[in-house]
Design a protein around this ligand. Sequence first.
Ligand SMILES: [Cu+2]
Length: 118
Amino acid sequence: MRRGALIGLVMLTQASPIFAHAFLERASPPVGSEVGASLSELSLTFSEGIEPLFSTIAVHDANDAIITTAKPHLSADNNQRLVVELPKLPPGVSTVIWHVTSVDTHKTEGRFQFTIVP
Ligand SMILES: [Cu+2]
């Protein structure tokens, strides 16, 4: 009886690292989308809980100038969602470059684009 429980526990702990990296699951605005210039914040939802102090989101405009100045913070109801307030974005292609550290201290990064339409 005790032996069976121990084997079950070992299998559980071995299975968990497979899911332990934070990958981007959804973005708002969505990856590749077209959005109006009234956009005021960006949110990225990951597959794992995020450590906001060790995570950055930079948005570059079409001229590659960095236009984000605010620090990203966690959504109040979801520790897998990072939110950053945006200044008014110029029309054109914006590039989002994210670097995040998940709660298990692993780092992941990525980038995507969306387009601001006037
Ligand atoms: Cu990990």
